[in-house]
Ligand binder design. Sequence first.
Ligand code: HEM
Length: 247
Amino acid sequence: MTSIAPPAPVKRPSGNRRSQWSWAWVVLSSLAITGYFVGQYAQGTLDSLAQQHVGLADTYASRALPIRMAFYVHIVSAGLALALGPWQFSQRLRRRIRVHRGIGRAYLASVAVGSLSALVMSFFNSVGLLGFFGFGALAVLWGWTAWRGYKAVRERDIRSHQAWMIRNFALTYAAVTLRLWFGVLILAQVPFAHGPDPFDAILAQAYAPLPFLCWLPNIVIAEFMIRRRGLPALHLMTPPATRHATP
Ligand code: HEM
């Protein structure tokens, strides 16, 4: 879309308390996940972390050097994207356009590097084919929505830029929803656990659906938010052409 459009009409008042609480939750949860999950890989070498079974260190410690590099590049760049992204949705910061532009450039660069490294990792992920398709699709969509958001703002199509960046951050936020779903799916299995050491099976079963579950609901919610704000929504089918009445 190349039209120059004015900023989107915001239906709800900017001081809306509910949206401020939601934004505060997104900021806090994003910073918490970045701090904890990215921070844990700064505690030692991949080999030493693998011995302590930290995160996914044992999946990647034995991989070839380029894969281990992709792993580190991914957690640093994706972590940066998750820490920077929420600030772009603050109305107050958006008014300071130079700050918005600066954070936006750093965010988009982080997403570009983060999605390429995630795509590499999707070939070596810990859940096989499901992970390859789920994380792989997420990586591609993450990079593509960022590109669309960037393209829209270069074309001065601010409304499309807002819509694409909502979609894009919904995908960035998959890093948070993945961990939330993981916790919920672990807890849901606890009452049914049996056998001497059921914990490994519980973890594996909780992780299996995550490559898709971490982002599919997010993108549906993002599309609802885009429609509610009156921004350009995605259409699965091209709307029928306007019929002209024949005399
Ligand atoms: C949105 C696009 C993203 C994709 C496609 C993606 C992809 C992946 C993949 C494939 C893995 C390895 C999973 C496995 O082997 O089972 C992984 C791990 C990881 N990712 Fe991402 N990721 C994304 C976003 C993020 C973000 C925004 C963060 C920021 C916190 C992040 C942080 C991590 C961390 C810390 C790990 C190591 C696993 C752990 O210890 O929990 N990723 N990611």
